[in-house]
Write a protein that binds this ligand. Structure first.
Ligand SMILES: C[S@@+](CC[C@H](N)C(=O)[O-])C[C@H]1O[C@@H](n2cnc3c(N)ncnc32)[C@H](O)[C@@H]1O
Length: 153
């Protein structure tokens, strides 16, 4: 938790880390690279938006845990200034074997890139670009992870 935030930290003034898990946020806040730079917020922004706007929103491997993708992307859009950037990494559509059966809160077995692009464009994003950021190999299966970058219009 907080790996990407720690990489980004030297280039930004402040980071607001949002998660619904206090435990995950505590791990993030303990990273030396983030000390004095991060504010943690334990909140589901699909239910309760923040009273703030940002220049960049990043999310890694969290979107498949949020049931309502449309509302999540709408919230991201509402929280970004015009011209600001969104960067989301998550699984390409997989067969449901990525998480063990007993893992709770998995709402999506990855995403179809063109369907997610349509949601992004509907919610006010342009310049949508995809790349394959990573491949997770486990139990003889390969799971592709995309990175999508988009600009708030
Ligand atoms: C697989 S972890 C990824 C964590 C981190 N981004 C990383 O790459 O290490 C998924 C995270 O999504 C969080 N999460 C699940 N539902 C959420 C929601 N509705 N709003 C915010 N975070 C949520 C979980 O608490 C968990 O920390």
């Amino acid at each position: 938790m907080g790996l990407i935030s720690a990489y980004v930290a030297p280039w930004v003034n402040n980071i607001v880390a949002v998660d619904t898990s206090e435990a995950m946020l505590s791990k993030l806040a303990a990273k030396p690279a983030l000390r004095g730079k991060v504010e943690v917020v334990c909140q589901d922004i699909t239910d309760q938006p923040l009273d703030a706007q940002f220049d960049l929103i990043i999310s890694a491997m969290a979107m498949h845990h949020v049931q309502d993708t449309d509302t999540l992307i709408q919230r991201f859009s509402e929280h970004l200034r015009p011209g600001a950037m969104l960067a989301l990494a998550d699984l390409d559509t997989e067969d449901g074997s990525f998480h063990p059966d007993d893992v709770k809160g998995v709402f999506h077995h990855g995403f179809e890139r063109d369907q997610l692009q349509a949601i992004l464009e509907k919610q006010g994003f342009g310049n949508v670009r995809y790349l394959t950021a990573h491949t997770v190999n486990k139990e003889e299966k390969a799971y592709r992870v995309f990175l999508v970058i988009a600009r708030k219009r």
